[in-house]
Design a protein around this ligand. Structure first.
Ligand code: T4K
Length: 400
């Protein structure tokens, strides 16, 4: 890739030839030191201890507890299972209030347990569950609230905590995006009754697949630890019906390798974010979401909000233009959960209209970030966006 665009006629939607010869993905994993990883893999094989509370899993759990300042960390094989186990540890049932603007796993984890997700709208500024709307959704069947720290930006934790206390509800945070982020100087992972991280390949910290349940509550931790291991308690008795949520040693080896490079990941992500913000600053209708610089952030998500009226292009048009250039921008998260199955055809949700969720799920676009994308590539991506917006009319004429 050694050229850039100055006019719309150069765009691949006109020319057919993408500017980038290799695909640029959203969610390209951060790897860290390959040699450290290979050493650990060697250890695992020599030790012949592959899973079930192995030494690397324990090391990863204690390293995370230390970094986050949280009492208990229970590594799991993915965050969806983590959410299910967290919900079981809290004895959630009946109805649980959850934002609709999130990855579908947040809702499905509840649904899978026979709990009815009650979809709440989000606050336009933060994209997170709107506490002002939560209270009106509480019924006799409500047992809990799930907040999602979307893009790693904290929910309105104080307001949600107050509502949960007032109505005697459990508070669970889906912190899938929020490893390494803080709220009022304290690391996310310490709030509500329990929080759940994701360490999926696409996340800031990855363990191939994986996640962690974190809590400062001894009882919840004890229950969660038994639940990930078929229900076996610490005295080797089968206390209740559990599942298999255990993280394997190979995943922990990857997680520990990433943990050793966290500062590098943060500084790369932060510089990338800054480049996007600067390069797109004067492009009308294209707004890069910001992070609160008084807090710790992982800057993992580059999220654009596209204002069609100002930029002349819909989010989907812009995505199509970028994808033609091999920039695989993603519609995170489209549609809102309440518009996805099984909820969309469940008559319980028939009349549900969540204006902010509808707006955001039609206007938000995620762009590549992380250690796999270079500053030059980011500048070119921004140039493609700039040219597309400048020549929006010509492009729309061509597309229609
Ligand atoms: N809560 C929230 C708020 C979440 O966002 C998620 C997951 C969860 C809960 C559940 O966490 P886990 O159970 O997964 O631990 C991906 C991920 O699979 C999912 O973990 C993530 N959120 C979600 C936002 O994104 P897809 O359907 O977008 O995945 P896919 O395969 O299309 O990959 C996404 C992009 O990443 C592509 O551009 C390709 C790239 N990629 C992906 C993988 C797996 C790579 O470059 N390398 C890879 O190894 O769901």
């Amino acid at each position: 890739m050694n050229k850039t665009y100055t006019t719309y006629k150069h765009l691949a939607i006109f020319q057919g030839k993408p500017l980038f010869s290799e695909k640029l993905h959203v969610g390209r994993p951060n790897i860290g030191s390959k040699s450290l990883l290979f050493e650990r893999l060697q250890d695992i094989l020599e030790r012949r201890w592959l899973t079930n509370d192995g030494p690397y899993v324990r090391e990863m759990e204690s390293e995370i507890s230390r970094l986050i300042g949280v009492k208990h960390c229970i590594a799991v094989n993915n965050a969806t299972i983590g959410l299910e186990i967290a919900a079981r540890s809290l004895d959630l049932k009946g109805e649980v209030i959850v934002p609709s603007f999130t990855f579908i796993a947040t809702a499905h984890a509840l649904q899978w347990l026979g709990i009815k997700p009650i979809f709440c709208d989000v606050y336009p500024k933060t994209h997170n569950i709107d506490p002002r709307k939560v209270e009106s959704l509480i019924s006799e069947k409500t047992t809990g609230i799930v907040g999602v720290h979307l893009w790693g930006r904290p929910c309105e934790i104080d307001a949600l905590t107050e509502i949960a206390h007032k109505h005697n509800l459990k508070l669970l945070f889906d912190a899938a995006h929020a490893f390494g982020c803080s709220f009022k100087g304290r690391m996310l992972g310490n709030f509500g009754d329990v929080e759940v991280y994701s360490f999926h390949a696409t996340k800031f910290l990855n363990s191939f697949e994986g996640g962690a349940i974190v809590t400062n509550d001894d009882r919840i931790a004890e229950k969660a630890r038994a639940l990930i291991n078929f229900g076996y308690d610490s005295s080797d008795n089968i206390a209740f019906a559990g599942t298999n949520g255990k993280m394997s040693e190979i995943s922990a080896a990857m997680g520990l390798t990433g943990l050793a490079s966290l500062n590098e990941f943060i500084s790369v992500n932060s510089l990338n974010h800054q480049t996007y913000v600067e390069e797109l600053a004067d492009v009308p209708g294209v707004n890069v979401i910001r992070y609160n610089e008084d807090e710790r952030n992982n800057y993992q998500y580059i999220i654009l909000e596209i204002d069609e009226e100002k930029c002349g292009l819909t989010r989907d048009n812009l995505m199509r233009i970028l994808q033609n250039e091999n920039v695989l921008a993603r519609r995170y998260f489209h549609p809102g959960c309440h518009r996805a199955e099984p909820y969309a055809s469940d008559e319980f949700y028939n009349n549900l209209y969540l204006p902010e969720t509808e707006r955001l799920s039609a206007s938000v676009l995620a762009l590549p970030n992380g250690t796999a994308v270079s500053e030059v590539e980011i500048k070119v991506i921004c140039q493609i966006i700039r040219v597309s917006v400048t020549y929006a009319k010509e492009i729309i004429n061509f597309l229609s």
